[in-house]
Write a protein that binds this ligand. Structure first.
Ligand code: ATP
Length: 243
């Protein structure tokens, strides 16, 4: 039997003395998983811990395996090389770099599955804005660039932190279709989403983070049909049409 795509066991993450992820465990295959939870529960910190981007004060313990390879506590570039693509919350682009420079600095091999050319085919809008500074793009274009940059590392697993944040509904719809296509082509997807509509459109399996660990899980169908669950897990008022 082959190993599951991602196995997280008793993962802890700290910023200095702040203990934020407190024993998170999750096993997932290539099927998309949405990670939800109220504000401050540690979702972004878990994403950072998995991608090696906690920063200078960050520290992790526990076990994280990607396709059987130990990636816990490794440097970000090694984790990327092992097959984790990370699209951070807020996109993290550079004002001093153009769209094209953002893609070129990844240093993707011209023989790799994902090249800048293929990213431009996926997002023609980026091709039109090739020479524009990363931070001059619209929110949707910035998200495309952040995704494109992550794809250039040819990930087996794409971790996305709040991809729909701050985007107009029509832009979100297009984005959902693109992300679904990537997942349908076999890329694993772990997506943090506070937007219930987006989370449930992207994944059937929904895991819930409470106080630094994965407390429970549900399905999109159950979540959408149960306003109580929505309130409990997300701390938001239920979707009007879900009642
Ligand atoms: N760099 C940091 N240093 C110290 N504490 C931090 C740091 N970043 C986040 N935290 C704390 O860790 C906790 C979890 O934050 P995190 O951003 O992971 O939660 P979240 O579930 O993603 O929340 P949100 O939905 O609001 O983004 C919060 O109490 C936050 O204040």
């Amino acid at each position: 039997m082959s190993e599951p795509l991602l196995v997280i066991e008793d993962l802890h993450a700290y910023y200095g003395t702040a203990h934020v992820v407190e024993g998170a465990s999750l096993t997932m295959g290539a099927e998309p998983v949405a990670l939800i939870g109220r504000n401050g529960m540690g979702k972004s910190t878990l994403c950072k811990a998995l991608s090696g981007t906690l920063g200078v004060n960050g520290r992790t313990t526990g076990s994280v395996r990607l396709d059987g390879a130990d990636i816990q506590g490794k440097a970000a570039h090694k984790i990327a090389k092992a097959g984790v693509g990370y699209v951070p919350q807020g996109r993290r682009l550079f004002q001093s770099l153009t769209v094209d420079e953002h893609l070129q600095i990844v240093g993707a091999s011209s023989k790799a599955a994902w090249t800048p050319k293929r990213v431009y085919e996926l997002f023609p809008r980026l091709a039109e804005r090739k020479h524009v500074s990363g931070t001059s793009l619209s929110g949707g274009e910035q998200e495309m660039l952040s995704i494109g940059r992550a794809l250039l590392t040819n990930p087996k697993l794409l971790i996305m932190d709040e991809p729909s944040e701050g985007l107009a509904p029509t832009v979100v719809e297009t984005l959902i279709e693109t992300i679904k296509d990537l997942a349908a082509a076999g890329m694993g997807l772990l997506v943090v989403e506070q937007n219930l509509g987006v989370a449930t459109a992207l994944a059937d399996r929904v895991v819930v983070m409470v106080s630094g660990s994965i407390a429970t899980e549900t399905t999109s169908g159950q979540l959408l049909s149960d306003p109580e669950q929505q309130k409990r897990y997300l701390g938001v008022e239920p979707l009007a049409e879900a009642a």
